[in-house]
Design a protein around this ligand. Structure first.
Ligand code: ZN
Length: 282
């Protein structure tokens, strides 16, 4: 699925060319059942296939809008930017990569932190954005989450983090790995204050994110069919020299083996969170 669609500029009407331009991006094929779906129908269905309930990826802002009452929330710490502490260069300069991502996604980094109400209860919700360098966790993601935790402590409001991430951001090296410890320590302080934290794992949640806050919730719940793991299956197979079982690293498999508390469909997620917070808080 394309990250975003945009009308092609400068295409004049007439003949086959026009037909092609007009239909481009309007339809897509379900990755699971192969059904051709009208994109607008998918948008109205929270990016869930109307035929087989395959959960397509949902961007951070749509996620927040789907969870907060009336889709209304106040964004927090929006102005934080990575300083590129290592002056990192791979196929291109990290600073240029960041600038390109900011233009493409209209986000400053791979996470949107927000405050608002969920079923009438004040909560803080962080949602990761996979389109921003694979939802990778660098200094900005780590700092925003830590501040959200500290906000939850000072307000005594529950915290929800919706993960979608390839793991730590390699362009920030050890700085990104340090976020694992920083966030985990902050979550311990939250726990000591007995304020609930619910982790929602979506497709995919892997690497350092799984190895830290995504698995540290009072409840760890996942969307159906999400890829959740630390290392990829190929690395594991090479290491243990065994074939991995069918469905390995998918939500349902993890639930069956005790790594998750529940697998919750997207339509039921808000209701589930509201019920869980009622149970924890009231
Ligand atoms: Zn489908």
């Amino acid at each position: 699925m394309a990250w975003f669609t945009r009308q092609k500029p400068g295409v004049e009407g007439g003949g086959e060319g026009e037909k092609k331009v007009r239909t481009e991006g309007l339809w897509l094929k379900c990755e699971s059942c192969g059904q051709i779906i009208w994109k607008k129908a998918l948008d109205e269905n929270q990016q869930v296939c109307p035929r087989c309930e395959y959960h397509f990826k949902l961007d951070a802002r749509s996620r927040l809008a789907s969870l907060f009452d009336d889709g209304a929330y106040q964004e927090q710490d929006a102005a934080l930017l990575s300083t590129d502490p290592l002056n990192f260069v791979d196929s291109k300069k990290y600073s240029e990569r960041l600038a390109a991502m900011r233009r493409a996604t209209s986000l400053d980094d791979a996470l949107v932190s927000a405050s608002g109400k969920l079923a009438g209860r004040a909560v803080n919700i962080c949602a990761m954005e996979l389109k921003f360098i694979g939802g990778s966790m660098g200094s900005v993601v780590g700092e925003k989450i830590t501040r959200a935790i500290e906000r939850s402590i000072s307000q005594r409001n529950p915290l929800i983090i919706v993960s979608a991430s390839g793991g730590a951001r390699m362009q920030e090296g050890a700085v990104s790995l340090m976020q694992l410890a920083k966030i985990s320590a902050a979550l311990m302080r939250l726990d000591e204050k007995r304020i609930p934290y619910i982790s929602v794992l979506t497709d995919p949640t892997t690497g350092g994110v799984t190895a830290s806050f995504a698995m540290l919730g009072d409840l760890n719940i996942a969307e159906p069919g999400a890829l959740i793991g630390f290392a990829g299956p190929r690395v594991i197979e090479q290491t243990i020299r065994q074939k991995l079982p069918e469905g390995f690293q998918r939500s349902e498999f993890l639930l069956e083996h005790g790594f998750l508390d529940a697998v919750v469909k997207r339509f039921e997620l808000k209701r589930y969170l509201a019920d869980a917070l009622h149970f924890f808080c009231d």
